[in-house]
Unconditional design. Structure first.
Length: 116
C-alpha cells in the first residue's frame, strides 16, 4: 500500500515533487541531469509497483522492481544525508525480502489464481 500511496499522491503534483527533489539534491554528487528524470519516473514506478504488489500480479518481478526502487532511495537519502528516512526505507526493503522469500506461500494472489 505504501508504494501505491506514494505514487498516487505524487501524480497530481509531479512538477512540484520534481522541483522539491531537484532542490534536495542540488548539493549532492548527483547531477540534475540524473535527478530530474528520476523524479518524474519515481511516482509512476511506485504506483505501478504498488498496484502489482496489492493484486499479487507478477509478484516476483514487482518485488524485485520495488527492491530496486528502495535501493535507489536509500542511496539518494545517503547522498543528501537524510538519515531519518533510512529506517523506513530499510523496513520497505525487509518487507520486499519477506515477500520474495514467501512468494510460493501466497495462496490468494492473482499469480496463484492464474497458475491454476
Amino acid at each position: 500500500m505504501s508504494f501505491f500511496g506514494h505514487g498516487l499522491v505524487r501524480m497530481p503534483k509531479l512538477e512540484m515533487f520534481s522541483g522539491w527533489m531537484v532542490k534536495s539534491f542540488e548539493n549532492s554528487l548527483l547531477p540534475t541531469a540524473i535527478v530530474q528524470p528520476f523524479s518524474y519516473i519515481l511516482p509512476f514506478a511506485e504506483l505501478f509497483t504498488g498496484v502489482l504488489l496489492l493484486f499479487g500480479l507478477f509478484t516476483r518481478q514487482a518485488a524485485i522492481a520495488g527492491s530496486c526502487i528502495i535501493l535507489s532511495l536509500i542511496l539518494g537519502s545517503a547522498l543528501i544525508e537524510q538519515w531519518d528516512a533510512l529506517p523506513t526505507q530499510f523496513l520497505h526493503g525487509l518487507f520486499l525480502l519477506i515477500v520474495l522469500n514467501f512468494i510460493e506461500a501466497n495462496k490468494i494472489s492473482l499469480d496463484n489464481k492464474l497458475k491454476k
